[in-house]
Design a protein around this ligand. Structure first.
Ligand code: MG
Length: 661
């Protein structure tokens, strides 16, 4: 979920060259599009994919599981070994972060069979599948929430943070320990359902059998079951939720035309809250005796106003896990975990967890220690299921949208967290053209992580679906975009590539005066006409939907940004030092050598001793480096102009190179 914690560097750069049509004069020979044998991708590169806008297979304009499956070759060529799918569950929004059923899949995306087929086909290409799980909140449309509001005695009442007076009532929720009350995070709702009382006007009502059910027909809710309740004293009622004007038909039997039916007469078919209406017994019946007319008296006597917490908005009610020190026995926790069991059983390989810092607390006031406790229990529960059928551990990466120091404690519970500081530093490096501090900054972050967890995975990235696009931040400067890829794929960590980033997609999100949809643009495969635009409500920068930026066009252009990604992902996948190495500073070109401030240099050393030297020049002028202590005879990959002469290397503007040591 989106949260602004960083000031975005103002974009003052003017687009000079579109990424797709830039022709680098130092272009390498045209590469073939890569392909990989099973198990050949050791780079741990993940692709963040938006199901709704990646690829549409059935012509409805909405991306789907089969669309992804149809384009696995593309993802394979990009060297990715995992996909982070946007939420796949049913939801009311297009983006899916307001889940209404964790144990089901959004029918817009396909069936469970389609999902299984995607998992199997991806696995056949050495690509894992990570599902996006939203634990902080559900959608307002989730039946758990509806039932929690409708009935104070419902067990689901405890699954949400609902109270009469939140300014003091929040203190009664153990998982809000440490929270600072913010009235904007609490939303009013009507609790309880209007009661409809059926009573005879001319004839007494007899109930027949108290065990009988009455079935209703309500437009849009065909077949909804309700119970007929004997209140005693000759009063009977049914309970159903009334939302505005609805027709009502009472029947004895669920099947159409079976049994006797009672309904409002034609002129009275619409009932309105607070009014009464007469029912007509159709043909008479033993149930409502006689031929009298029966009144429905709709009252609000059982409703009241309550407040629920929804830090991300009223449409996303926060989940209540109770005392997180016992979260593993919390009913909602167990139900959510059971839903994960289902997907693990289907073959998924991991989870991406949304907005975890907000689980215990609100938007700006949260309890990191409680979150870490909760997440440890969550990870252990999910991993236990996974380990029943796997010899390795379950993968789980969390969105902890904070600086590296604040993220570090979360590694106590989780193997991987996104490193938002990676991009914060890198965009500064590229826009300020100062690389000498980059290695020191990153190694400092990693030391904080490894102090908490051996083998902590820094999930590195440029931008994601909640941020202004990297291309916009970098002024749509083709050379910078290519070098951003080179940094991402030559640094320590496990990199994520966000859908469209490899194509140079730009866009401002809502925090920067744009719209979130504008950073979630569909992939244009061959032509814009087939793009999965259907779920974005027309909020699309149509300059991005032109054929010249299409995948096909960029695949055919060896100088495209896409081919830069091909080259550097292939380098990372084939070089263990890049794939699994630990960063360390170069002895000459480092943070103390500001005379070479445009140079970012480091070693990547893998556990087996394999070592690579990584060099980047982010400046606008070429730099010649004396590298007499390094080996320069085995070049892995390069970007831009790189010349080796004896023991020196000349790096042209915006150039990068990797040498094996
Ligand atoms: Mg579709």
């Amino acid at each position: 979920m989106k949260k602004v914690l960083y000031a975005i560097i103002p974009v003052v750069f003017i687009l000079l060259l579109a990424a797709s049509c830039d022709k680098d004069p130092q272009i390498v020979p045209a590469d073939d599009i890569p392909s990989y044998a099973t198990g050949e991708k050791q780079g741990n590169i993940t692709y963040q994919l938006l199901i709704y806008s990646f690829a549409d297979s059935d012509g409805d304009g909405i991306g789907d599981f089969n669309g992804i499956r149809n384009h696995l070759d593309y993802l394979d060529a990009l060297g990715v070994s995992a996909l982070w799918l946007s939420p796949a569950h049913p939801a009311d929004s297009y983006h899916g972060y307001d889940v209404t059923d964790y144990a089901a899949l959004n029918p817009k995306y396909g069936t469970e069979a389609d999902f299984k087929a995607l998992i199997d086909a991806a696995h056949a290409k050495g690509i894992k599948i990570y599902m996006d799980y939203v634990l902080n909140h559900t959608g307002k449309g989730h039946p758990w929430f509806s039932e929690a509001l409708a009935d104070e005695s419902s067990p689901y009442r405890e699954w949400f943070l609902i109270c009469d007076n939140p300014s003091s009532g929040w203190r009664n929720f153990p998982m809000l320990n440490g929270y600072s009350y913010n009235s904007g995070e609490w939303h009013s709702a009507t609790s309880g359902a209007p009661r409809i009382t059926i009573s005879a006007t001319s004839e007494p009502v007899t109930t027949g059998s108290a065990s009988w059910n009455i079935w209703t027909w309500i437009p849009g809710q065909n077949g909804k079951e309700i119970s007929f309740v004997d209140d005693g004293g000759g009063n009977y009622h049914i309970v159903l939720e009334i939302n505005g004007k609805q027709g009502l038909l009472l029947r004895r039997d669920h099947s159409w035309d079976a049994g006797s039916k009672f309904g409002a007469s034609a002129g009275e078919f619409t009932i309105t809250e607070g009014t009464s209406v007469s029912l007509v017994a159709e043909g008479g019946d033993m149930f409502f005796t006689g031929s009298g007319r029966y009144r429905i008296n709709l009252t609000n006597v059982e409703t009241k106003t309550v407040y629920y917490m929804g830090a991300f908005g009223s449409w996303m009610p926060d989940i209540n896990y109770g005392d997180v020190s016992a979260a593993e026995s919390n009913a909602c926790f167990m139900t959510l975990a059971s839903s994960v069991d289902k997907w693990v059983g289907m073959g998924i390989d991991g989870l991406r967890l949304d907005a975890v810092k907000h689980i215990c607390g609100g938007m700006n006031s949260f309890n990191n220690a409680s979150n870490v406790t909760f997440l440890g229990k969550w990870y252990d529960r999910c991993n236990a299921t996974y380990r029943k059928t796997h010899s390795d551990d379950f993968y789980m990466v969390a969105e902890v949208w904070m600086d590296a120091k604040s993220v570090a404690p979360y590694y106590k519970s989780l193997p991987a967290c996104f490193e938002f500081d990676f991009w914060e530093r890198l965009k500064w490096v590229l826009n300020q053209r100062t690389g000498c501090y980059f290695c020191k900054d990153l190694t400092g972050y990693r030391q904080m992580y490894s102090a908490v967890r051996s083998g902590a995975i820094a999930a590195t990235k440029l931008t994601n679906h909640d941020e202004t696009r990297a291309a916009t931040i970098l002024g749509r400067d083709s050379a910078k975009l290519k070098q951003a890829a080179a940094f991402l794929l030559s640094a320590e960590g496990q990199p994520y590539i966000y859908q469209g980033e490899e194509l140079g997609y730009w866009g401002k999100d809502s925090d920067d005066g744009g719209r979130d949809e504008l950073v979630r643009t569909p992939i244009v495969w061959e032509s814009a006409s087939g793009a999965a635009t259907g779920d974005l409500g027309g909020h699309i920068d149509y300059e991005l939907l032109k054929d010249d930026i299409s995948v096909k066009n960029q695949q055919e252009d060896a100088g495209s940004l896409l081919h830069t990604y091909y080259k550097w992902t292939r380098a990372r996948n084939s070089c263990k030092a890049l794939a699994a190495g630990t960063m360390s500073a170069h002895s000459i070109y480092n943070d103390s050598n500001t005379a070479f401030g445009s140079i970012a240099a480091w070693y990547m050393t893998a556990s087996g001793g394999e070592k690579a030297l990584v060099l980047h020049n982010v400046g606008t002028e070429s730099k010649t480096l004396d590298l007499s202590g390094d080996k320069l005879d085995n070049q892995v990959v390069s970007l831009g102009e790189v010349k080796v002469s004896g023991s020196s290397v000349t790096l042209g503007a915006s150039s990068s190179v990797v040498f094996m040591q």
